[in-house]
Design a protein around this ligand. Sequence first.
Ligand SMILES: C[S@@+](CC[C@H](N)C(=O)[O-])C[C@H]1O[C@@H](n2cnc3c(N)ncnc32)[C@H](O)[C@@H]1O
Length: 214
Amino acid sequence: MHFAAFLQPEIKAYIEQLSTHNDPLLAEMEAVAAQRNFPIIGPVVGRFLYQITLIRKATRIFELGSGYGYSTMWFAKAVHRLGGGEIHHTDGDRRNSEQAQEYFRRAGLLDLVRFHVGDAIEVLHQTPGPFDLLYMDIDKHQYPDAFPAIRDKLAPGGVLIVDNMLWFGRVVDKEDTAASTVGIRRFTQMVWADPEFFTTLVPLRDGFTISVRL
Ligand SMILES: C[S@@+](CC[C@H](N)C(=O)[O-])C[C@H]1O[C@@H](n2cnc3c(N)ncnc32)[C@H](O)[C@@H]1O
């Protein structure tokens, strides 16, 4: 079972059309993703990250799995609008980190972002908290391993957003026992079972969860 999208094509196109922007740098980053087949969150979820950052007034943000900085850019724009703060960009690939730094230099937002190359879970363990908002998009089999660090570093009232929580429909395919699918299922059970987290699943793009730390 593998779904291209969870919404009817017309509805998906309607939401995408409402999510268009006129930011040339974001558009360039989106074009790079299309060229390289690199899985960025895209503008529909990007807008959501921007909006939730403003709603929560989140000025300390930590991302696990940032790629070349597309999702980070939406957070940075919101933090800039809030008057400043810090967003931690993490990626295991140094080239992604260097490319992201160049985008942030061009955007004039370099001072808002702290760049870390290495395992995002380890970096989160080592970085002093608490954070207002955590966002996770690392390799999916690692999601359960990240939960202790997330619990340790998310502030009360803080927000956790986790990407790919429908995994293109694979989460409901009983025959799919790939490590990635199992990781997402296990993480889903963990976060739902935790009395300190209140979570909903939003079926936009590949599905993401949003949790508030009670
Ligand atoms: C789906 S991409 C991130 C896309 C990004 N969130 C965006 O929307 O622009 C996942 C990234 O996480 C990185 N990654 C995967 N597992 C990681 C880990 N354990 N620690 C650090 N980076 C990791 C990969 O190198 C890749 O660049």
